[in-house]
Design a protein around this ligand. Structure first.
Ligand code: NIG
Ligand code: FE
Length: 414
């Protein structure tokens, strides 16, 4: 079900274009005061100053005194998972590191057990709870990764949950699905990393492709998890099969992940807390979206990624939440804005581009979403104030009044 909707008197603010904006161009937003957006059958059919007489069959919203933005695109989440890991959070608060918990059998493998044990319906209900919360913060598209099954059936189960959410006509978000079978080595494959990568390449990826269950492929490229060479092997094979390549890169140590992303022309490299200068150059030179996840640095008490330097070096930067049960159990868009502006020194305008158009590019959808332009999906976020500065300024507080998905009002504060 797609909507017919007209929003008028809005202060429209949007990046423009069908590709990621890089470097200085991230700062340029189009603004149309007292603007109108018309959405017909879910697609934007008019953007401009003209106020139309209301055609029949359209819902109308008077947005006087309010800012209208593209719907936010959260381009890195792990939103389908079983169980929770609050005890690990408490251990970290006491000083344990994320990797030391993983090394002693906690971490991703802990969630793997709970995800294998959970039913399809349990996983679906839980993911929808998160989606509901995210929709109220203005999110209209999320990326969703598998990676907590780590065997055939449970990986497929995670992807099928996301497919079923996408199939709902009244869904609040679209999920861009990513196969992350290489999130950790499953215990059954202990000491047999190469065999596991072979299994993913020869069995899992072809089936996932054949059944159209994921668009992109990702790997946790990190010291003690998967090597650069294993990442190169998996992502090259995935690209050959038509998947977009994404990579968890340089999160815990500087490891060469950003460089590899450049070499492979990946859609995005994500985390990048410890990306090297060469890695930053490689991403900028090869159109890799540098996806930064400041909530994870915050919750892990790690230094923030060098967002300012990346933009100044000509990178396209996206911001995302990383919502997951371990390193960052938060999907907070308001806090993401605040941390990006306060600690990574992005301007508000750059942060808006990072959470809209560049997020869309990081999942290969910049031609369909991420800006308010004719021909794009009618996915919009209406703030309840007349200035977008509230996005970081209301620190951690939600300023979204209404979220619109393909012309349907899916969340409203009142
Ligand atoms: O993006 N770093 C790897 N994967 C996730 C964490 C997953 C987990 O701890 O469950 C991340 O931070
Ligand atoms: Fe992640």
């Amino acid at each position: 079900m797609k909507g017919n909707l007209i929003i008028y008197n809005a202060n429209i603010v949007t990046p423009t274009g069908n590709t990621a904006r890089r470097g200085k161009a991230m700062n340029e937003l189009l603004t149309i005061p007292n603007g109108t957006v018309e959405i017909t059958d879910g697609i934007i059919t008019y953007v401009g100053e003209h106020r139309p007489t209301l055609p029949e069959g359209y819902e109308a919203v008077d947005a006087h005194g309010k800012v209208l933005l593209p719907g936010f695109v959260d381009s890195h989440t792990h939103l389908v998972f079983g169980g929770y890991r609050p005890e690990e959070f408490m251990w970290r608060m006491r000083g344990d590191s994320y990797m030391s918990i993983m090394e002693r059998g906690g971490g991703i493998v802990n969630t793997m057990k709970a995800t294998r044990a959970a039913s399809h319906e349990e996983l679906l209900q839980k993911a929808e709870w998160f989606i509901d919360v995210m929709s109220r913060m203005g999110v209209t598209t999320v990326e969703g990764k598998s990676g907590y099954g780590l065997d055939h059936d449970a990986e497929i189960k995670q992807l099928e949950v996301m497919r079923d959410i996408n199939d709902k006509t009244d869904r609040k978000v679209d999920i861009a699905t990513t196969f992350l079978g290489a999130h950790a080595l499953p215990p059954e494959y202990k000491g047999r990393e190469e065999e596991y990568i072979d299994y993913l390449i020869n069995v899992m990826l072809p089936e996932v492709k054949e059944r159209n269950l994921a668009e992109n492929c990702d790997i946790f490229c990190e010291k003690g998890v998967f090597t650069v060479e294993q990442s190169r092997r998996l992502l090259s094979a995935a690209k050959d099969m038509g998947f977009g390549a994404k990579i968890h890169a340089d999160e815990i140590v500087s490891f060469g992940g950003a460089e590899l992303a450049g070499e492979l022309h990946a859609l995005s490299a994500d985390h990048l807390l410890h990306a090297s200068d060469e890695g930053i150059r490689s991403m900028a030179a090869n159109d890799v979206v540098a996806t930064l996840l400041p909530l994870t640095a915050f919750t892990l008490r790690e230094p923030y990624a060098r967002g300012r330097e990346m933009i100044d070096s000509g990178c396209a930067v996206a911001l995302a939440t990383d919502l997951n049960p371990g390193s960052c159990c938060s999907g907070s868009i308001p806090l993401t804005f605040a941390l990006a502006c306060i600690y990574m020194h992005l301007s508000v305008e750059e942060a808006i581009t990072a959470l809209t158009l560049n997020g869309a590019a990081a999942i290969g959808r910049a031609h369909r979403i991420g800006s308010i332009e004719t021909g794009k999906q009618g996915d919009l976020t209406l703030l309840d104030t007349d200035t977008y500065y509230v996005l970081p300024y209301y620190t951690g507080m939600n300023s979204v009044e209404m979220t619109i998905k393909e012309g349907r009002i899916v969340s409203t504060r009142f």
